[in-house]
Design a protein around this ligand. Structure first.
Ligand code: AR6
Ligand code: MG
Length: 355
């Protein structure tokens, strides 16, 4: 009985993760690019959406979800990480629906991949920004399925796949290491038994992992004078902010962690949003921790869809689908696909346990 229960709980967490990512994107997108959003406006927005009688068009997903779906589908169909298959899916998806709000430069990578017939899958991303590569959050925003895919394997495999999957478009170490951090955060949330979350330990574990990940490797480009441990430092900053509980203002979060499209100024913010929302937040009127995570992330302004999506995937992996308000779920485009992909990734757990 306990086994069956544990099985169902984990399946619900897979769904929570994929649906959480979708919801953050769909519900956060209308606020993208705005300065900080008033908590009372957001209370009304979420309350209205929670009304079971409300009939409004779907909130559409953006590039975050478009690419997350590709990552999930590639892992599901290949049953392993296949860089060429994944790159082909990104490109096909982009040209089928280019108006999903993609980053300004990543589209050059898609064009170059297509023109070169995917000969060198990592080549076009490596030459972006004069050979520096992109540090946008596009690698991190789509990484959640990798954490699910790797949930039964060694952590090193997760790190390698997250990094390589990001490298298809993001050649800068801040870009791909941001994807690794986001992936580790989802994984950690997924593995933490419900009601046992120790938020300090959660962040400390991430610091330990990121200290290894950020140790410069041979092929990393780190200039003299450049800080190599950017993510470790930001995670330490999160620990510092946590000491001040609910008194930390949105201005301070923006200043210390950022709310921008660069990975290092959004991934730590998403992790902080998840942690902050484990406790009540002044002026956010919901008892539901998952919903509170999204509302807090969106209230910060800036890259709301991506930060809320990343925070949503972490929170969803921890709380599970049963804790996510159904009336909010139903407003998101392609909800059933997210559920299906979560279930498919869950069934793969049995096959991907080799290493
Ligand atoms: N130097 C200067 N600017 C940079 C650099 C760099 N090395 N790297 C990135 N940028 P991009 P993404 C800036 O195009 O990461 C959407 O809203 C530059 O302004 O690689 O996939 C999504 O929903 C560049 O255009 O795309 C996400 O929120 C921008 O970062 C976000 O965009 C984005 O990098 C993801 O975009
Ligand atoms: Mg975005």
């Amino acid at each position: 009985m306990a086994m069956v229960e544990a099985f169902e709980v984990m399946a619900g967490r897979f769904r929570g993760c994929m649906v959480g990512a979708l919801m953050g994107d769909c519900l956060g997108a209308p606020f993208e690019g705005e300065p900080r959003n008033s908590r009372s406006v957001l209370n009304s927005y979420f309350k209205r959406l929670c009304d079971p009688d409300l009939k409004v068009p779907y909130k559409q997903y953006t590039d975050d979800t478009a690419m997350t779906r590709c990552v999930a589908q590639s892992l599901i169909s290949q049953k392993s990480y296949n860089a060429t298959d994944m790159a082909k899916r990104f490109v096909k998806e982009y040209y089928a629906e280019p108006k999903r709000g993609y980053g300004a430069n990543v589209t050059d990578v898609f064009a170059a991949l297509r023109a070169s017939k995917f000969k060198d899958v990592y080549g076009p991303a490596a030459i972006q920004f004069n050979g520096r590569g992109s540090y946008g959050n596009g690698g991190a925003m789509r990484v959640a399925p990798v954490a699910l895919f790797c949930c039964a394997t060694r952590r090193q495999e997760l790190i390698d796949i997250a990094r390589d999957m990001a490298l298809i478009t993001h050649g800068n170490r801040l870009g791909y290491n941001g994807a690794v951090l986001q992936c580790l955060a989802v994984y950690e949330a997924l593995q933490t038994p419900i009601n046992t979350l120790d938020t300090v330990k959660f962040v400390e574990n991430l610091i330990t992992k990121m200290r290894e990940v950020e140790t410069p490797q041979e092929d990393d480009i780190v200039d003299e004078g450049e800080e190599p441990y950017v993510y470790v430092m930001r995670l330490e900053k999160i620990l510092e902010l946590m000491e001040h509980g609910d008194s930390v203002s949105c201005e301070r979060v923006e200043e210390e962690l950022g709310v921008y499209i660069s990975a290092h100024m959004s991934v730590p913010t998403a992790i902080y949003s998840f942690i902050r929302a484990t406790n009540p937040i002044a002026d956010i009127e919901t008892e539901n921790e998952f919903q509170r995570t999204l509302q807090f992330a969106v209230s910060l302004g800036g890259d709301t869809d991506t930060i809320a999506s990343m925070a949503g995937s972490i929170a969803g992996a921890y709380y599970g689908i049963a804790k996510i308000p159904e009336n909010l779920q139903r407003h998101c485009e392609a909800l059933s696909d997210a559920v299906q992909q979560a279930d498919d990734l869950f069934s793969l757990r049995d096959t991907n346990t080799s290493t």
